[in-house]
Design a protein around this ligand. Sequence first.
Ligand code: DSN
Length: 413
Amino acid sequence: MSLREVDPEASRIVELEKKRQKETINLIASENHASRAVLEMQGSIFTDKYAEGYPHKRYYGGCENVDLLENLAIERAKELFHAEHANVQPHAGAQANMAAYFALLNHGDTAMGMRLTHGGHLTHGEKVSFSGSLYNFIKYGVNRETERIDYQEIEHLALKHRPKLIVAGASAYPRIIDFECLRNIADKADAKLMVDIAHIAGLVAVGLHPSPVPYADVITSTTHKTLRGPRSGFILCREELSSAIDAAVFPQMQGGPLPHAIAAKAVCFHEAMQPDFLEYQKATLNNALVLAAELQRLGLRLISGGTDNHLVLVDLTETGVTGIQAEVTLGKAGIVVNRDPVPFDRRSRWVTSGIRLGTPAATTRGLGPEEMKRLAELIVRVISNIDDTTVAAEVKEEVRQIATRFPVPGIDD
Ligand code: DSN
């Protein structure tokens, strides 16, 4: 029986979500639209299987096909990123990071990570996360003038605090990260280097962002952002750390893996090795550049003055509009974004002074530079008329007209 027949109430919510996705434009930098093939695999009968352990070393019978799929995903991840070892079992990015810490640190050890308010991530040592309560994280950030990562500060802090691990990578940082420089700092401080490429994995896979693989001891990632796969995570590492990483993922951190998600990751890595994936990533970058230039031309201030990657961080301080107001009102106008703190933000993390805009999802649907320019104009129009519900309604109708010209993979194909 179909979902509609079994559960009309839940099915109706799926239809509402399809309508929302089709009629709005998604500029959330950490989201994307997975292909029908990825969705099909994630909804496949591998959902039914338990497979604790690793290929050919399982705690359950009947794993011969899961073994084939997990090995396929592992080999593809290694090939895509030129890595020595891959673990494709983490359920998501936070779990990948937790396993990496379990493998590299003891409770109470000192590590370093980027401040959330400067673009870092909860699991890079924020107090409200397991990472900040289990470990002694020293935080680094961006330079107040350049709004770029302050590598001198990192070196100074690393030599002062002698962390066992330096964590790099970000959720809201629009610039290239210098992994070679971080490796040199880690070596001087006798620390290991971990890089979380959750946001930039798709760009790294095709060489449009320098790869951390030659420099980092461990690399963690999600698969659903620029990489455009299922909602999940994975870890890459040097061979010498493979046993420690594998043991940290299972049995230390997780129980049974999600074979349907591993299967969908295999498809995602395959798609990322196809020539059109490079073209997609180039278009994502170009769209971000166009969006950034147009927003600036129209008077908005961008953190660090622009972007080198798939995202733009807008500082709304001078407009008097808060991040939460912008997120809510743009949402009413059909432009889906998320609020974000800007470096040295005076507002709370709930309210914030910024919004983060990303182009991966819109580019997947085929929106190009012309649409980015128009979106920038519409964003500025909404922000300049933040209390005017008529403006939001007018913009919503125009956004709906633009959005419905561009099919959503998995819905319209
Ligand atoms: N929540 C993700 C993001 O939006 O960047 C990171 O985990």
